[in-house]
Design a protein around this ligand. Structure first.
Ligand code: HSE
Length: 458
């Protein structure tokens, strides 16, 4: 029976350092949970090509590790050469914290081929190649764990895999990107504008290396793809997700929505869509969206601010629940990675099937409904001339498309020539709304493109 589980970690950045710190400082308890001594055998990062850093790193590790030399392998721990991990037959678990797409994907596949379990925080590779990675793991009789890919410290993957296993999850609304949530919170409180808030988020270390992935919704879409693939046991790809970012949100709408009792957030949504009436062939579908939307300021999701994340789940047996916590940062992400290391080690020790995502590689995905099929209430902001008949004309077109108005507010104008008119609607089909707006925006009296956001009723 093995007594030691050897770990090879690739990528010694913010999360890698957190993982080392947790594995070293809590080793006794973690090893007891794993059923074997957890030992860090190799830590690989290109930066260790610099010999001085390598030595300093090794010195620091032995300092931290005083009194229990068994926690770290003897000899060369820090290495710039990934082959030192792949060529080491003693390594049981490969921890991939390099990020990006390649070479990370190649390394994950190679580790599985070499008979290692893989723990990864890599949402890009996983969201895109879910099937391929899970098939490779199955083929090599190994496992792949990815708790840190969504929601960092929030154990949402374990919850979906295990805690909710007796449930049908029929709805999910998440706030899964700390950077955009931080920016929107700052903008909502009037403390700062978009660019200034983005700079602050980058400084605080939440943003991706390329923050356009955060801002345009790509990061949230990858996370939603992973969670949805687990929920439907079938690969939901980022390209299945209708994705819109926060770059076009204007402070004026945040303020006005606030006055009407709503808060804006970038939501990741999985919703079931009813078959359209009268269409005999249509069946129930599911939509996946990343969109900025308003939510009642009294809803628990509205109070998720700063870099925090939350996932609101609707399930048939356990009901509606919200998981909430830090969605980025060294220790929260490391907490997820280390929990996966323990699951993996336990599996290796017990040969149990604990914590493997229940996934059917050949299962067909649900019918993916177009975002236009979704029914929702809406916030609309028209910018139109302030003269008799304007509102009536707009209301007529809305009515022609079956859209019923719930309330109207006219605000002071941006310019003498145009005033903002805000309309809150009753429930309408998104497609009908888009068609109505297309017609309204062609009117001469309408001076700017109409802005619209969903009013989420979760
Ligand atoms: N860039 C991500 C965020 C980091 O802002 O949430 C965590 O995945």
């Amino acid at each position: 029976m093995k007594k030691t589980i050897n770990i090879g970690l690739a990528g010694y950045g913010t999360v890698g350092k957190g993982v080392m710190s947790l594995l070293l400082s809590k080793n006794e308890d973690l090893s007891a949970r794993a059923g074997a001594k957890l030992r860090i055998k190799r830590v690989c990062d290109k930066k260790f090509a610099d010999k001085e850093k390598d030595k300093a790193g090794a010195r620091r590790l032995s300092e931290q590790n005083k009194g229990d030399p068994g926690l770290l392998a003897e000899g060369k721990v820090y290495t710039p050469d990934i082959e030192d991990i792949f060529n080491d037959p003693e390594i049981d678990i490969f921890v991939e914290l390099i990020g990006g797409y390649q070479p990370a994907k190649r390394f994950i596949l190679l580790a599985l081929e070499r008979g290692m379990d893989v723990v990864t925080a890599n949402k890009n590779v996983l969201a895109k190649d879910f099937n391929e990675l899970l098939s490779a793991a199955a083929k090599n009789k190994r496992r792949i764990y990815f708790e840190a890919t969504a929601g960092a410290g929030i154990p949402i993957i374990a919850a979906i895999n295990e805690g909710f296993c007796a449930n049908e999850i029929y709805g999910l609304a998440g706030i899964l990107n700390g950077t955009t949530n931080y920016i929107l919170s700052e903008m909502s409180s009037g403390k700062a504008g978009f660019s200034e808030s983005l700079k602050k988020a980058q400084k605080l270390g939440f943003a991706e290396a390329d923050p356009t992935l955060d801002i345009t919704g790509g990061d949230s879409a990858s996370k939603l793809a992973i969670l949805s693939s687990l929920i439907f046991k079938s690969h939901i790809k980022p390209s299945d997700i209708y994705t819109q970012g926060i770059e076009k949100i204007q402070p004026f709408d945040i303020k006005l929505g606030g006055e009407l009792g709503y808060t804006i957030k970038l939501f990741t949504l999985m919703e079931k869509v009813k078959p359209e009436q009268g269409k005999a062939s249509a069946k129930e579908g599911v939509t996946f969206q990343v969109v900025p939307a308003f939510i009642k300021s009294s809803h628990p999701l509205a109070s998720v601010s700063g870099a925090f994340n939350a996932v609101y789940i609707k399930s048939d047996a356990a009901g509606e629940q919200m998981l909430y916590g830090p969605g980025a940062g060294s220790l929260p992400a490391a907490s997820a990675v280390v929990s996966d290391i323990v699951y993996s080690a336990r599996h290796i020790m017990e040969k149990s099937a604990l914590h493997m995502p229940f996934f059917e590689l050949k299962k067909k995905p649900p019918r993916i409904a177009d975002a236009r099929e979704v029914e929702s209430c809406f916030y609309l902001r028209f910018t139109a001339e302030d003269k008799p008949g304007v509102l009536a004309r707009i209301a007529d077109i809305l009515a022609d498309h079956g859209i019923s108005v719930a309330s109207v507010v006219q605000k002071d104008g941006f310019s003498p020539k145009a005033v903002p008119i805000v309309v809150l609607t009753h429930e309408a089909r998104t497609g009908d709304l888009i068609n109505a707006i297309g017609e309204i925006d062609k009117l001469k009296m309408v001076k700017e493109k109409t802005v619209y956001y969903r009013l989420l009723d979760i």
